[in-house]
Design a protein around this ligand. Structure first.
Ligand SMILES: [Zn+2]
Length: 286
């Protein structure tokens, strides 16, 4: 089930994870024979010519994810980092694409397949580097890793005075969350997005930690969220199914699944924000 929403979304951790998993099973062991760059600014580093030249003959030894970056590890030890941003899609095809308007980068593989990077809005970026860890060094912890415990998270929150929602969106604080899963996690935890991070009680911090991890895990299990007007597709072209399971995101005016109150859409830090006014009481004085 895919609902219709206004406004675009960016792929978040679950969608990027699905892309990375799909590419890992399909691409590891493949060799890139040539690269054609149709939109030079899709390549952040190095320049497009050097990017194509250095990738020729490279094998793909692993595909992973860090935050919202897809990371292809190459036989030479270099890394190809890809950020889909708003509308980027990595699609693996048997046929060479012809006259595709939004095709920005095309990788020809030795086995005859084609890895296509489509990007309607052209905000997606690729970085080819011998030190991929340097690109992602500034990112905060991965929310699904074992080291990210409730105690760790509570300690991180206790040191921050800003509102909780913009903090969760800050990739240097915590990697991978975007607008959809932040709204869903705050609703599950019953926390208003304008609450000061350091005002959360220990129980609330534990609850939010569990909510963040649960919503991300469930979204991955559903193949991510594909909304009617959004670009996210798994590398085999399939849409994700989590859009039908969203509790508050994109559901303004509809009843809260927990209490029945009408879900409201507000702005928090310029981002469209969906809350249940009953389950997520507004902090006093804010
Ligand atoms: Zn409610």
């Amino acid at each position: 089930m895919v609902r219709t929403y206004n406004g675009r979304i960016m792929p978040e951790l679950p969608e990027v994870e699905m892309v990375a998993q799909g590419l890992r099973s399909a691409l590891v062991g493949s060799t890139i024979v040539s690269v054609t760059v149709y939109w030079a600014r899709s390549i952040a580093l190095p320049d497009a010519d050097e990017f194509a030249r250095r990738l020729e003959g490279e094998s793909i030894t692993d595909v992973g994810r860090r935050g919202k970056w897809v990371l292809l590890t190459l036989g030479s030890g270099s890394g190809l980092l890809i950020h889909l941003r708003m509308t980027g899609q990595l699609i693996l095809q048997e046929e060479r694409p012809v006259n595709e308007r939004h095709l920005r980068v095309l990788f020809a593989l030795a086995d005859g397949r084609w890895l296509c990077f489509f990007d309607q809005r052209k905000f997606g970026r690729m970085v080819l580097t011998t030190e991929p860890q340097g690109v992602v060094r500034e990112l905060g912890p991965e929310p699904l890793e074992d080291e990210f415990t409730a105690a760790t998270f509570a300690g991180m929150l206790a040191r921050r005075r800003g509102s909780i929602k913009p903090l969760l969106l800050n990739q240097r604080f915590l990697a991978g969350l975007g607008n959809i899963y932040t709204d869903e996690a705050l609703w599950r935890a019953g926390i208003h997005p304008l609450r000061r991070a350091d005002s959360l009680t220990p129980d609330e911090a534990v609850g939010l930690h569990g909510a963040v991890r649960a919503v991300l895990r469930e979204a991955i299990a559903s193949g991510g969220t594909t909304l009617a007007d959004t670009a996210y597709r798994q590398p085999d072209g399939q849409a994700g199914a989590f859009g039908g399971l969203l509790a508050v995101y994109g559901r303004a005016g509809q009843p809260c699944p927990r209490c029945g109150a009408e879900i409201e859409r507000t702005l928090v830090g310029q981002r469209g924000t969906h809350i249940c006014p009953h389950c997520q009481p507004r902090p006093v004085g804010e």
